[in-house]
Design a protein around this ligand. Structure first.
Ligand SMILES: Nc1ncnc2c1ncn2[C@@H]1O[C@H](COP(=O)(O)OP(=O)(O)O)[C@@H](O)[C@H]1O
Ligand SMILES: O=P(O)(O)OC[C@H]1O[C@](O)(COP(=O)(O)O)[C@@H](O)[C@@H]1O
Ligand SMILES: [Mg+2]
Length: 483
């Protein structure tokens, strides 16, 4: 089989500023491949659907807000079944792997990949790789059939196991080749998709007919381009339970303060949506919006004010918020996990301590602070409330979302596409080239309407604005006095 070192982004331009950021296809680097009729045309469930097969030129715009003169802009290839497929079903040997942290819905995606392959395409050989990327070369595999995955979507976690670190591209591709695998479904977050991209490049370099397909997983919703990640809705729903508990505790004590720490390493989406949904939260702190404790416009001043007004208060804090403040006060070594992600300090515990110290010094107000989930158990993961929202099974709407993501992934691989992530863009399923997924991170934009909605719902200080106004004022005073 021929190979080409050329793996530049595939950009197709059309009229009126139309741009298609296309995904690789086997035919880009392997000539004269046979094609087959899609077996779905004989499937009684689907054969009655008018226009069931996606038109070869269909694409989905990245930006849907337009005005009369705006160019058509960037598009992604529309996901879905194609008339012709590049695999004879009997020849398919698929593999599924889950990498990175847990997220509700992982088992649903595994289940639906297996079912789509068996029931839609008549594929009979699907392997589960145990324990993440390193499982390709360091662990056993398990055989997956619709029967073995039948009710796994009712359980949290991943039946395949997961891990961080251990990505050795050559060993992984050797193992893919040795096992005769020709479709690889890789479920994971930004780190995982970077790893998948490397696997794709190596496979292309070796000229192999192996489809490499990513399915984006991130509880933090920090993967860019896609509308939202699966499991996110479930996580927000689960976070409500923690916030409710904090609210009940806060309301019941004199000057009660409930502090809830939620997941969100670099992006505060869970905290923002959980706050907006709950309406019981007085202050939401996220990594994207720096805050400060002391002085005018600071958290302490706001807390005193809220307690005087309402007698209680709930603070939601994303785990990645205020890390620079924590590092200033706790001497720490910069540590990383096996995948190279920064290990965070416990900001929930830190902020709870700081608030307690402040009111103890103030002496005019006695407070009752409860840090939700901070129970003295012997295992650290049980004392950290953030893990509670990760381990649950996905809710109904996430299950449907996972099903469509998985089916889209299988349609794409069968149609000969490779080196792509299956993702929802403006409510339509698409194939997104890896580089678009991995080149940045999705973050809460604090100058956008959503954050403004949050600020107006909690009426919390906008720390950035307050601080910059203070700094400007100070500079003006210094200029005026000539200091
Ligand atoms: N830049 C990279 N290149 C290759 N593999 C990577 C890269 N970053 C992370 N990985 C691998 O992807 C897997 C999951 O990454 P991690 O960051 O832990 O989780 P997530 O994919 O959820 O972000 C790990 O096995 C890790 O080794
Ligand atoms: O699973 P670990 O290694 O304890 O890491 C916890 C981290 O995982 C996350 O759930 C995100 O995981 P991913 O990087 O796998 O998407 C963060 O919210 C959290 O900081
Ligand atoms: Mg990640």
């Amino acid at each position: 089989m021929g190979s080409s070192p050329n793996s530049k982004p595939k950009i197709v331009r059309g009229s009126a500023g139309y741009v298609l950021e296309d995904v690789p296809h086997f035919s880009d680097y392997i000539p004269d491949l046979p094609t087959y009729s899609n077996p779905l045309q004989d499937n009684p469930a689907y054969s009655v659907v008018k226009q069931y097969f996606v038109h070869v030129d269909d694409s989905v715009p990245q930006k849907i807000i337009a005005n009369k003169d705006s160019p058509r802009g960037v598009h992604f290839r529309r996901a879905g079944p194609r008339q012709k497929v590049y695999f004879d079903s009997d020849d398919v040997q698929a593999a599924i792997v889950t990498c990175g942290g847990l997220c509700p819905g992982l088992n649903t995606v595994i289940r639906e990949l297996v079912c789509a392959m068996f029931h839609m395409y008549g594929v009979k050989k699907v392997l589960g790789i145990n324990g993440g990327y390193k499982g390709f070369y360091a662990h056993n595999t398990i055989t997956l059939t619709p029967k073995t995955v039948n009710d796994i979507h009712k359980r949290g976690g991943t039946v395949l196991g997961s891990s961080r670190g251990g990505h050795d591209t050559n060993k992984i591709v050797d193992s893919i080749q040795d096992r005769g695998i020709n479709q690889v479904y890789i479920i994971g977050g930004d780190g995982t998709q970077r790893g998948a991209s490397r696997i794709f490049e190596e496979i292309r370099k070796r000229g192999l007919k192996v489809a490499v397909v990513g399915i984006p997983k991130t509880i933090d919703n920090d993967i860019q381009v896609i509308d939202k990640s699966f499991g996110f809705d479930t996580a927000v729903e689960e976070a409500q339970r923690a916030i409710n508990a904090a609210h009940v505790e806060a309301e019941s004590g004199e000057n009660g303060i409930g502090v809830v720490k939620l997941m969100g390493r670099y992006s505060g989406f869970i905290a923002m949506y959980a706050t907006l949904a709950s309406r019981d939260v007085d202050c939401c702190l996220i990594p994207e919006s720096p805050f400060y404790l002391e002085g005018p416009g600071g958290l302490f001043e706001f807390t005193e004010k809220r307690l005087k007004e309402n007698g209680h208060m709930v603070i939601v804090i994303a785990e990645g918020a205020g890390q620079e403040l924590v590092s200033e006060s706790i001497h720490s070594m910069q540590k990383q996990d096996a995948s190279g992600n920064k290990l965070l300090q416990d900001v929930g515990l830190w902020i709870s301590q700081k608030i307690k110290e402040h009111f103890a010094k103030l002496k005019t107000m006695t407070i009752n602070l409860k840090y939700i989930g901070c129970i003295a158990l012997s295992f650290s993961y049980l004392t950290d409330p953030t893990y509670m929202i990760r381990a649950v099974p996905s809710n109904a709407s996430d299950n449907v979302y996972c099903t469509l993501l998985a089916q889209s992934a299988v349609h794409g691989a069968m149609a000969g596409y490779t080196g792509f992530t299956s993702g929802l863009v403006n409510g339509r399923h698409t194939y997104i080239p890896f580089h678009r997924i991995t080149e940045g991170q999705n973050k809460v934009i604090i100058t956008d309407r959503m954050w403004a909605r949050l600020l107006s719902s909690t009426n919390q200080p906008s720390f950035t604005i307050a601080k910059s106004v203070l700094e400007e004022k100070k500079e003006e005073e210094e200029e005026a006095t000539g200091n």
